[in-house]
Design a protein around this ligand. Structure first.
Ligand code: FE2
Length: 268
């Protein structure tokens, strides 16, 4: 289990955030009992309550897909999504949720692309976006040709939390050819704010300064260890890139990506 560090700014259970623009979270583990997110329905609902409290108005839920075929899991998760939506309405919570996935780069991802069973994160221009993850150790072999193979099928992979990958921390240049091939990057807001330690924070900062990062997201799993907060990372991004780009990272750009899930979102 990776070490967690005290955040430099707001805590996950702090007072309500009233952001200038609504946060659109493209990486959130809020479905209960399906991965290392909340274990129960009550915990899942409380996670969503805290996310809304922290200014998140729309969230694409991203349970892990790894080591198993996709189709059956998508069907099972879709049923849970409907139940969670009903529970949020019952609580009077004004946060909308949709379903995608955090997809391990493995043979089952390859199969899902071929069979059309991928849970899409959203759209990027005319292409579809899928959130992918690697191990925290290194980039997969042959990832370059795999990105080209996906791009030929109008798929844009978005890599979750590249700042965690030790090979990237050691030499950020390993990502350069993948960025040139069309890889998109999602950095964890908490990592940028210092909540995942100095190596991940410095890597996140350099990735942003390079202009390689499209989205900051919470990657929340619970209320304590990985809570649903975006504002500390947004503030850190503003210090590096300015206020306007910080809001692009957490609101306008993720809204455009997720608009296929939330009619009307991202058209402003
Ligand atoms: Fe995640």
């Amino acid at each position: 289990m990776r070490e967690r560090h005290a955040p430099t700014m707001l805590s996950g259970t702090s007072r309500a955030v009233a952001p200038l623009h609504p946060f659109v979270d493209l990486h959130l583990h809020a479905l209960p009992g399906v991965d290392n997110g909340p274990a129960s329905w009550s915990a899942a609902i409380e996670l969503c309550v805290q996310a809304a409290h922290n200014g998140i108005t729309h969230a694409v839920l991203t349970p892990h897909f790894r080591g198993k075929p996709y189709a059956e899991r998508v069907a099972r998760l879709s049923t849970r999504l409907i139940r969670l939506r009903e529970a949020l309405v019952d609580r009077g919570l004004a946060m909308e949720v949709a379903l995608a996935g955090e997809c391990r780069f493995d043979t089952f991802l390859h199969q899902a692309i071929q069979s059309g069973d991928l849970p899409w994160l959203g759209r990027w221009d005319e292409d579809y976006v899928v959130l992918i993850e690697f191990s925290d150790a290194r980039l997969p072999a042959k990832i370059g040709p795999a990105i080209e193979w996906m791009r030929a099928r109008r798929i844009r992979p978005m890599l979750a939390h590249p700042e965690r990958i030790r090979e990237v921390q050691a030499n950020i240049e390993v990502l350069a050819p993948l960025i040139a091939a069309g890889l998109l990057l999602q950095v964890d807001a908490d990592a940028l704010a210092g909540g995942c330690g100095p190596f991940a924070q410095e890597t996140a900062r350099v990735l942003l300064q390079r202009g390689w990062v499209q989205v900051l997201a919470s990657n929340a799993h619970d209320l304590v260890r990985q809570p649903p907060r975006i504002e500390p990372g947004r503030i850190a991004a503003a210090e590096l890139l300015g206020e306007a780009e910080s809001w692009q990272l957490v609101s306008q750009r993720p809204a455009r990506i997720a608009a296929m899930h939330f009619p009307g979102l991202g058209q402003a």
